[in-house]
Design a protein. Structure first.
Lengths: 235, 225, 235, 225
């Protein structure tokens, strides 16, 4: 079993118009810049993108939005260091936004991966983000019912992958990625280092290979924050 | 007569193993289904999952070499293959319930033509114990059952509707029996293969609900084991 | 911050009559035998015990039951290698049983730790174990509503602990323990080795210290399966 | 007059820091609340949590030493203290939602006497962004707020009921303002401390709902910072 593919283009192949794509990362940590840019090269339209943020600067998710490929963002915080790409299109009514509290976003993705179609959370009760959602009362306290989130594809940045898809991450670049890997029909990973099976201690695997479909090695991945500070752009 | 014809458990397990693709993620129920691992097709490397938190475990260790912190769901000592991982129970059942397993293979007391399965309890006596059976039947992309075609008393185990307590509703998709391979489609038993030595009529007579066909019925051919 | 306590007796102190106690372990792997035996020494009555099984042989949870301290078991599989202690009392009507499918048990405990009061699962739908539980339909499929499980105390066996409570486990002895650590008001850990903060790589922590209250070092812990095979008994 | 008397943000943060126990698990909201970490009481070692998956992070690294894979929820680079851990977002919010944090300290646009908090959005213009605020208000055992007592226009921020969109209902338990320390109990503001230089009447006049007392009102005393 070898889940590695020949390159970035093959890694993102098959992501078609209208696909829902989860993209790992929080702030500049964990964004799979190379996979996102390969997706821009591939050019599918009307994507729904799920990420904590909505892109910064002129690279990564921001560049995906600038390329006119994103119909809808599902995120908790579409206002990071330089959110111009999203802001412009949102204010122009050219992109949809589903705003989800951060912990609910994480839990909805976990639920999608774990086969839990709905759950109750105290988060957002009594706020406009709970509008229209079922309310349940447990032990005298009200809770909001939230639904699972799944995706057609997940784009994930890992530190080490073995060829069977077992993954580790680097520090806080872990964030949403282990959850998204479980919730997508096809999980696509860029890893800084790809090793043979046995190259990761079984005790230290964060994402077991069952959740991973394709792996591409990107030995010197770009870090989003570094790119933004350098004023880099996709184009 | 059927007793002379019928496949041994090893042969049923062998037949089930033929349908496991290379690289498939597989959970084998405790007991009889565990035998399937022994008949893995040459050149294929399925990855076995156990509910208690291991992916890609291998054979039992040599006697005396057991480490009882490395066991499978049947509490038997196992070894690891390269590329194994450990994880906690919630992550393990996220794999199951989330539909990440390609196939789960379970034992059965009864299977109904609707795909209902009864395999955890005969009646309401004694101590009930369910383990992971009710999770596994809703987890895998494909839920298969291994079973003798009839009970020791000769009663059908493939039935119209289960009389024993259910493990799950409309969950089984394929049944490997001692006489046949039967799929469940749209609330019907669909016969795919049968032993050449048994007639359709005789097979139907030991089956508790109508056997439909959909195209040719193949011969169920297995090696001596 | 130092969560270590002086010994086993102090570790289990305060577990009173009627307490609900989660105990880690699956089969013989991960059972905190020394903590359980210290609890028997302490002698509280009418305990509700949550574990995957219901004790084997004449040690650990079986000995706790034999001591007449357990009012109710919540478990998935009360029939392991030698379940006499539970079986006898159950058939005599002297102990209650709440039977929970294994994955639902794990998810209910996780939910308890994660502040999720209820969730929906396909597991047990249409079976007697769903009797009386609310049913919800999502995307045309029926699911059973399950409630969180919490406990007053959790007894956990870890491999390495640092003094702040960060934990690692040993192989399949991990099982329910990381979940139970999150779902108990007071989590009590026996660790084979206790190290200073920094002694566990932050990438490799399985249970972060926030979930742990008390730590006792047990340098040569008994393994339940070994004890059973040796015919050992608590008494 | 109030402008001359009132505490600086640093002083409000200092006061809040006095209530953080040794060994407490603490989440500090992005921005102003982050200042609380700077005034940790000598001899106490709180453990700071950040939503994006770190426990026990420390100071910012020296300029040029940043590793942008090690950031806090405000996307600022941080360092680790011994005994730190990394975890994914679902585990991180399990800590929050599950009530494992001892205290969360947040900013506020408005706080109502019922404990309702509004701190994420002024109106319905622009791009809304909520982050982890709605989770944090339901997570910690104690949810405290740091805020100027009034807006820049002099309007009360402690109000009968919030007019801005809510972050959470009945969630705040203590408010540290530029003039006072106020608890929320049973749907009332209960004054615990006030600056010695301001009268009860003047404090009430800049507060949007009745200030109750429950025993003596202490002097709010902070160092020059």
């Amino acid at each position: 079993m070898d889940k590695t593919v020949s390159g970035l283009a093959e890694a993102v192949s098959g992501i078609g118009d209208g696909a829902t794509v989860m993209i790992g990362g929080f702030g500049g940590a964990g964004n799979p810049i190379e996979l996102i840019h390969a997706l821009i090269d591939a050019g599918p339209k009307n994507l729904t993108v799920i990420n904590n943020n909505a892109g910064n600067g002129q690279i990564g998710i921001a560049a995906l939005i600038d390329a006119g490929m994103v119909k809808k963002m599902i995120c908790s915080f579409p206002k990071s260091s330089d959110p111009r790409a999203f802001t412009d299109r949102y204010l122009a009514g050219e992109i949809e936004l589903e705003l989800v509290p951060q912990g609910t976003l994480a839990e909805r993705i976990r639920a999608g991966g774990a086969g839990i179609p709905a759950f109750y959370t105290p988060t957002s009760y009594g706020t406009e983000l709970a509008d229209g959602k079922p309310i349940g009362e447990f032990d005298g306290r009200p809770y909001v019912q939230e639904r699972w989130l799944k995706a057609d594809f997940a784009l994930i940045k890992a530190e080490v992958a073995d060829t069977m898809g077992n993954l580790t991450y680097r520090m806080a670049a872990r964030n949403f990625s282990p959850l998204m890997a479980t919730a997508a029909a096809t999980t696509i990973v860029q890893a800084t280092r790809v090793v043979a099976p046995g190259g990761i201690d079984p005790e230290q695997v964060i994402t077991p290979g069952i959740f991973v479909n394709r792996i591409v090695e990107v030995t010197e991945p770009k870090q989003e924050e570094d790119l933004i500070r350098a004023g880099a752009s996709y184009a | 007569m059927l007793d002379d014809l019928k496949l041994s458990n090893a042969q049923i397990a062998w037949r089930a193993a033929q349908d496991i693709a290379d690289g498939a993620y597989v959970n084998l129920g405790i007991g009889f289904p565990e035998m399937v691992a022994q008949y893995t097709v040459e050149g294929r490397t399925p990855i076995f999952h156990t509910e208690n938190g291991i992916l890609n475990f291998g054979q039992a260790p040599a006697p005396g070499e057991e480490d009882w912190d490395m066991i499978n769901a049947g509490k038997k000592a196992v070894t690891l293959k390269p590329g194994a991982s450990f994880f906690h129970h919630a992550d393990s059942f996220a794999m199951v319930r989330g539909g990440h397993l390609d196939v789960a293979i379970l034992g059965a007391l009864q299977v109904a033509q609707t795909g209902d399965l009864a395999n955890w309890r005969v009646g309401n006596k004694g101590v009930p114990a369910v383990g992971g059976a009710m999770d596994l039947v809703h987890g895998a992309k494909r839920v298969a059952v291994l079973t003798d075609h009839v009970t020791k008393k000769g009663e059908p185990k493939l039935v119209e509707s289960c009389t024993f307590p259910l493990t799950g509703v409309a969950c089984v998709t394929r049944i490997y029996t001692s006489l046949a391979v039967v799929d469940i489609e749209d609330g019907h038993f669909v016969l795919r293969e049968k032993l050449a030595g048994i007639s359709m009529e005789d097979l139907q007579s030991v089956t508790g609900a109508p056997l439909h066909t959909d195209g040719e019925v193949g011969d169920l051919i297995v090696p001596a084991l």
